[in-house]
Design a protein around this ligand. Structure first.
Ligand code: GLN
Length: 317
């Protein structure tokens, strides 16, 4: 049993009920079809994990496919942002490189690049590619190693590694991201070599995680940047706060407003089927469900979170 702030209680039973509810909706969606390796995944998988840190020791509750590996995809945009803000400072990053406003457009949209001097926010592809170009390191390898090291710490899992076949698949089919990156280079936003930056971006998206890993990452964000297990400060508190705010307004792409109304939690999704949810001062939630809606968000995942938001006493609104 996971005590969440004394009043709202997440139990194995509650998560089981959430899973049962979420499963009713999975058939209505599909795996991401624009990345061949993701399309092949079994869309009927669904799992959820919560890591609470109210007491001395963090507590973990999980059900379903919470230990099944999937690729982190856009949830990596949180981790690359932590690194870039650390390397360049928030003023430079959020002023010169990306904005902090929602777009209302799909995550891979190109349409606003020509009318604005920088991408709208760091959680759309254009913004994340610009952010990736600001990560310090002498090569894509060195930059990716820094990303992987931080990911392992945030997820409390030293085994996390790259899914080579998804990486190759993304690289082969990522022409839209290539178009975004070259446009950003032409407009002076992307720093350094375009292909090296794209290679880093594709690799960061292709790191393999589980819902448990994502729940741990979310718990760090919810705990103002401190790992509830090691007690190590992993994210600067100002970054953790900025990221949670961006998750609320931009984390579910052009479905962020609807998600805020139906669930009301800060969240970041990825087309691998993951959703990260930090509930400040209480717990981190990680979801895995690769059946996606038309906006690229996990259908079963959203429904499980809707169910939990009804049952928990954690309300932002
Ligand atoms: N790798 C994916 C892409 O660049 C990430 C997108 C996502 O998860 N929304 O298209």
């Amino acid at each position: 049993m996971l005590l969440a702030g004394g009043t709202g209680v997440v139990t194995q039973e509650l998560l089981k009920d959430a899973l049962k509810y979420g499963k009713c909706f999975v058939r209505n969606g599909n795996t991401a079809n624009y990345i061949p390796e993701l399309q092949r995944v079994n869309k009927y998988q669904l799992g959820i994990c919560a890591v609470g840190f109210d007491g001395d020791l963090p507590e973990v509750v999980e059900v379903g496919d919470s230990r099944v590996p999937f690729t982190i995809q856009s949830i990596s945009k949180i981790i690359s942002l932590i690194l870039a803000v650390r390397d360049r400072g928030p003023d430079y990053l959020f002023h010169d490189k990306v904005g902090v406003e929602p777009t209302g457009d799909p995550f891979n949209s190109i349409v606003k690049l020509e009318t604005k001097s920088r991408p709208f926010n760091p959680f759309i592809n254009a913004g994340a590619i610009a952010v990736a170009s600001c990560i310090n390191g002498t090569s894509a390898d060195e930059k990716f190693d820094r990303f992987l090291e931080l990911t392992r710490k945030l997820c409390n899992n030293k085994e996390i590694s790259l899914n080579e076949s998804v990486y190759q698949s993304e690289k082969e089919t990522g022409d839209r991201n290539r178009a975004l990156a070259y446009y950003l280079k032409a407009s002076g936003v992307l720093e350094g070599d375009v292909e090296e930056c794209l290679d880093l971006y594709f690799r960061m998206c292709s790191v393999s995680v589980t819902a448990l890993d994502i729940a741990n990452l979310s718990a760090v964000l919810a705990n103002q940047g401190k790992c509830p297990f090691s007690k190590e400060m992993l994210i600067e508190p100002h970054s953790a706060k900025a990221i949670r705010a961006l998750m609320l307004t931009c984390g579910m792409y052009d479905g962020s407003g609807e998600f805020a109304m139906s669930v009301g939690f800060p969240a970041k999704s990825g087309v691998g089927g993951g959703i990260a949810v930090p509930l400040v001062g209480r717990m981190g939630i990680g979801v895995f469900g690769p059946s996606l809606d038309e906006k690229g968000n996990s259908i079963g995942g959203i429904k499980m979170l809707e169910f939990l938001s009804e049952k928990l006493d954690y309300q932002l609104f």
